[in-house]
Design a protein around this ligand. Structure first.
Ligand code: URA
Length: 235
């Protein structure tokens, strides 16, 4: 693929802008400055730098982010900064979207991509991708309440009771709750339905993919093959 097209596809601006960056000597490919916008490169395992910053070519972007509290999951936010401000500009230019929004006060694992099929598969209710939340409750939670969550609780505006796929007690006030759906404020509403309340909420797993312990709050990273396999329906 021509270098100017590669840069454009990776979110560095219009073709014209990318051409100017190349002419200006701002781009190196595989360690060498390339000033020819039409130079052809295989995109497989391609490494390049833009103004000294290293990038690898990704046909599609698949990312994970450790969402901090007080960030909103939409592009146009109302009260807080957007989670997209935590990503490098070229990724945002590629029109990446988060898969399943978290509330502004919820922290934890969020997936972000520009692959429409992947977004659909991960977010469609039909595929029932399980998500695990670490819930710190306001009041101590007992066996009866856990049994209730597993049997199903009736939420306002829902026709049928909704049950967690699993609910594990971690301590007096902390549970790990696995949900198949992603309904609006679902965990908070389920806790309210059993006369308890969410004090803090963190998503710790999607499918078989756990939030890595070394991914600091506010940090993101590319998903690798192993991560993507953990998100496949069979795993
Ligand atoms: N359930 C909630 O109540 N909030 C979230 O952010 C996610 C699940």
């Amino acid at each position: 693929m021509q270098l100017e097209r590669i840069l454009q596809a990776q979110g560095f601006g219009t073709r014209k802008l990318c051409r100017i960056m190349i002419w200006n000597g701002e781009i190196t490919v595989n360690g060498k400055v390339c000033e020819d916008p039409n130079a052809d490169f295989a995109t497989n395992n391609l490494s390049y730098t833009v103004n000294g910053e290293s990038w690898d070519y990704h046909e599609k972007s698949y990312l994970m982010l450790h969402k901090p509290a007080n960030y909103e999951c939409s592009h146009k936010t109302q009260h807080h900064p957007t989670i997209y401000s935590l990503l490098p500009h070229p990724l945002v230019e590629r029109d990446v979207q988060c898969i399943g929004r978290l509330d502004e006060d919820t922290t934890g694992l969020i997936l972000i991509s520009d692959d429409g099929q992947f977004i659909h598969r991960m977010s469609s209710p039909k595929h029932k991708v399980p998500k695990i939340y670490e819930v710190t409750c306001k009041h101590a939670i007992d066996e009866q309440q856990i049994a209730h969550i597993l049997k199903g609780v009736q939420l306002v505006d829902e026709d049928l009771p909704i049950a967690a796929l699993a609910c594990e007690q971690i301590s007096d006030r902390v549970i790990h709750m696995t949900l198949a759906e992603g309904k609006y404020h679902q965990v908070k509403r389920m806790l309210a339905a059993i006369s308890n309340r969410v004090e803090s909420l963190k998503r710790i797993q999607i499918g078989q993919l756990k939030l890595p312990v070394d991914l600091e709050v506010g940090q993101w990273r590319w998903l690798n093959e192993e991560d993507l396999n953990k998100l496949k329906p069979h795993s």
